[in-house]
Design a protein around this ligand. Structure first.
Ligand code: EPZ
Length: 425
């Protein structure tokens, strides 16, 4: 099923529950490799193709992985294969998150260099630089990274850019290094804190001061652990925008408001109507979206957390195509993340890409068309545009969307949307 037919024009209504966060679950799954001869249980794991790919990768290394509903168990043998199969790494860049745990715990790792992807070049130089600073030997041979070390040593590392992946790989490597590691200018995304909680569960001292500096006290052994994946802030925001774009009345459940402040602030600026409410049991919050008419034009710059997330940039541009004026959206993390703009223009939008900025002149209507997703978030943006368009939109390459959105068709239908998946001819 790789196409979605979207008949637009229906204001969405009802409640939708946020899945577990893909970008928290993936590094946490990789961290199980630290647990020689022990187990990790992970709850609230989303049902996604990327999770399946990471599962396949861990199984190829010898980890016994079981799943029941949204709970997964990882039973790690005393010894694992330290080579990541090329097809899996090519399928998913996040496979490179096994590098830190493997080099630290088993003293070696062989990983195909993850190529670029449709949103940008995406090197892993900061990951490798940090490992080398901790004493690893790293060689590139035939498109593969060969990394080895007797025992990594803790030290102070300054990241040239607050990379999410580099922060995660080095946190995991530092967990089995000798002494303390201090990583500066780290990523501050909520997914980093989720990984830190897992490492603490394994018995590692981790201080994430939330200020972009992380201290990790290396240990000589780990204990089995059990952890819960945080809600997926990007998925939650995608549904919030679906409500805003269709003039609907929806409630998105299990949202952590502090994780989505950037979007809520921009929606307020654009004149959208929403309310954040704490659920009775005090554990969960939800965001309710109310009809509010045309959005006001706004300007956005994507930045590392707590800035406006790049993973929401395409969906936000889709929402601004029908705003009352000219909006500007500047992309600062990935240099090729506007692939969807031409597709939205096929639907009658008026988007002009100037360097790393999308200039969006608001139009009164979008019309359904056949459009193609070039990556995960681009696909989500095209579905949102289809929901807000007149007529039928056919979104192709849904396989990208299934990498990050669990049961998106069923969830949208539960909100009253007229969507159906279509099989390949
Ligand atoms: C994570 O990717 C997310 N993926 C991405 O989400 C997200 O877009 C990105 O962080 C930024 O928020 C996962 O968590 C699995 P980075 P990651 O390292 O870790 C440059 C989605 O849609 N850089 O923070 O790869 C890099 O080129 C995906 O769910 C280096 O130059 O992102 C980019 O410009 C897409 N050298 C910037 O830093 C390095 O060694 C941010 O990359 C590493 C990164």
């Amino acid at each position: 099923m790789n196409k979605m037919l979207v008949r637009g024009g229906t204001p969405l209504k009802g409640r939708v529950r946020t899945q577990g966060a893909k970008n928290a679950a993936l590094p946490i799954m990789a961290s199980c490799l630290l647990l020689k001869g022990q187990k990790m249980v992970l709850d609230n794991v989303p049902d996604l193709q990327d999770i399946d790919t990471m599962t396949e990768l861990l199984r190829s290394m010898g980890v016994v992985v079981a799943r029941e509903g949204d709970s997964m168990e990882f039973d790690v043998p005393e010894d694992v294969s330290c080579e990541a199969p090329e097809p899996l790494v090519r399928k998913m860049r996040a496979s490179s998150l096994v590098l830190g745990p493997l080099v630290a715990r088993y003293g070696r790792a062989i990983l195909p260099m993850p190529g670029g992807c449709s949103i940008g070049s995406r090197p892993i130089d900061l990951h490798l630089k940090g490992l080398i600073q901790m004493g690893a030997k790293v060689e590139m041979r035939g498109g593969f990274v060969h990394a080895s070390a007797d025992r990594l040593r803790g030290r102070r590392i300054y990241l040239d850019f607050p990379s999410v992946g580099a922060t995660e790989n080095l946190m995991m490597a530092a967990a089995f290094a000798m002494g303390e590691t201090i990583i500066e200018n780290t990523a501050r995304e909520p997914e980093i804190d989720n990984l830190a909680a897992v490492l603490r569960g394994m018995g590692v001292k981790v201080d994430t001061e939330g200020t972009g500096c992380i201290r990790v006290g290396g240990v000589d052994g780990f204990r089995s652990c059990k952890e819960r994946v945080i809600p997926d802030r990007i998925e939650a925001c995608t549904y919030i925008l679906a409500g805003v774009m269709t003039g609907g009345e929806i409630t998105v459940e299990d949202v952590v408001p502090e994780h989505i402040d950037a979007l809520l602030a921009k929606l307020e600026e654009a004149g959208a109507s929403f309310s954040v409410s704490a659920a009775k049991n005090g554990a969960e919050n939800s965001v309710a979206v109310h009809p509010a008419g045309k959005l006001r034009p706004i300007s956005i710059k994507t930045m590392p957390f707590p800035g406006f997330p790049t993973d929401l940039q395409p969906q936000m541009v889709a929402a601004l195509t029908k705003a009352g004026g000219v909006s500007f959206v500047e992309e600062n993390l990935f240099q090729a993340r506007f692939s969807y703009a031409a597709e939205l223009n096929r639907m009658g939008a008026d988007i002009d890409i100037k360097g790393n900025t999308a200039v969006i002149k608001g139009v009164d209507r979008l019309d359904g068309a056949t459009v193609s997703a070039a990556d995960l978030r681009a696909g989500a943006a095209l579905i949102l545009a289809g929901l807000a368009a007149e007529g039928v939109t056919r979104v192709e390459n849904m396989e990208y969307v299934f990498r990050g959105y669990d049961a998106i068709d069923a969830k949208l239908r539960a909100l009253g949307a007229d969507v159906v998946l279509e099989a390949v001819e």
